[in-house]
Design a protein around this ligand. Structure first.
Ligand code: UDP
Length: 319
């Protein structure tokens, strides 16, 4: 990775989560010191167990909604903490709203006190069920605030609003990433998202559950590409939101067929009810990331799935 990250100590909230743990690993590889913070409601110690022996790595169990106080100086903060799968945030709607609101306030205050740069993780969900396609950063979205996804969408919309307010009021150096569907090892087996579900179903030879008629679209970015995008954005001087995702769009039915073909599984496709407010289309416009960060995804779906499918095989054996 050709990024000149300022050396020093970094705080990663949600550091034991899926993307957070990969980010911690990469920061350590870059020679940084990392303090990972997690309350483990959806993150897991297993995700960072291999980092615990590194003397530049510290894992703290802490809930961000209480407050945030860690002594010493920091070169930067990555605020990644939040439930992020529709099944998780439906199970923890209040925790999701609180970590995006109170938790974000605490992390921003922390960055002001430490006088350091902060990157906050937003999401393509801020576009809701989009009426503009593909989604550019200039699109304001189509969100149902009171539906089952509202807890996540609105907490992240607040996160963006309060981050811009801190930027304007405190001249805080802020970076906002809108993360589109991302996949890879360390996604939780039972987080309910389409990639773990389909991989595990294909592995076990059980039915592949396509919700609705499968005509809704998504595009999947491999986690190493995502982390590179986060680090490039962190190092940039752009305070407003930037999409990071893979623009290769497909229907969920095509994705199910792809997994069956890729794995050689005997699984059959079955159709199940479409969750309420499930976005019909989603595809990032990444022109801004290309221009600003010279970033675009490099890992193909096939290559990324190879690692992910293998991972679910290992996890399946050890549980
Ligand atoms: N989905 C599906 N079968 C599953 C899980 C998800 O068809 O077993 C669909 C879901 O309805 C959505 C898409 O796959 O249209 C992506 O869902 P996911 O939960 O991964 O994330 P989202 O993009 O909705 O946040």
């Amino acid at each position: 990775m050709s990024i000149l990250l300022p050396n020093g100590r970094y705080l990663v909230t949600g550091g034991a989560g899926f993307i957070g743990s990969h980010l911690c690993e990469t920061l350590l590889q870059q020679g940084c010191e990392v303090i990972a913070l997690d309350n483990f409601i959806t993150g897991s110690r297993e995700n960072v167990r291999h980092l615990l022996g590194n003397r530049r790595f510290t894992l703290l169990e802490q809930d961000l909604i209480d407050s945030l106080d860690i002594s010493g100086g920091f070169a930067g903060v990555f605020h990644m903490a939040s439930p992020a799968s529709p099944v998780d945030y439906a199970k923890y709607p209040i925790e999701t709203l609180r970590v995006g609101s109170l938790g974000t306030d605490h992390v921003l205050d922390f960055a002001v006190r430490k006088q350091c740069r902060i990157l906050v993780a937003s999401t393509s969900e801020v576009y809701g069920d989009p009426k503009e396609h593909p989604q550019k950063e200039t699109y304001w979205g189509n969100v149902n605030p009171i539906g089952p996804r509202g807890c996540y969408d609105e907490s992240k919309r607040y996160l963006e609003a309060v981050t811009m307010a801190y930027h304007r009021v405190h001249a805080l150096q802020t970076r906002i990433v809108r993360i589109f569907n991302t996949f890879g090892p360390r996604m939780r087996v039972n987080d309910g998202r389409v990639v773990p579900n389909f991989c595990i179903q294909a592995r076990n030879g059980t039915d592949i559950t396509v919700y609705g008629d499968g005509s809704q679209t998504r595009s999947f970015c491999y986690v190493s590409d995502n982390v590179e995008g986060l680090l490039r954005l962190f190092c940039s001087d752009y305070p407003e939101p930037v999409n990071i995702g893979n623009p290769l769009e497909m229907t969920i039915l095509q994705f199910a067929q792809f997994i069956i073909q890729f794995s050689g599984s005997k699984s059959k496709i079955v159709f199940r009810p479409l969750p309420v407010d499930d976005p019909k289309v989603r595809k990032p416009d990444i022109a801004l990331a290309k221009r600003l960060l010279d970033w675009s995804p490099r890992v193909s779906l096939e290559e990324g799935l190879k690692h992910t499918y293998e991972y679910f095989g290992q996890v399946g054996r050890s549980t």
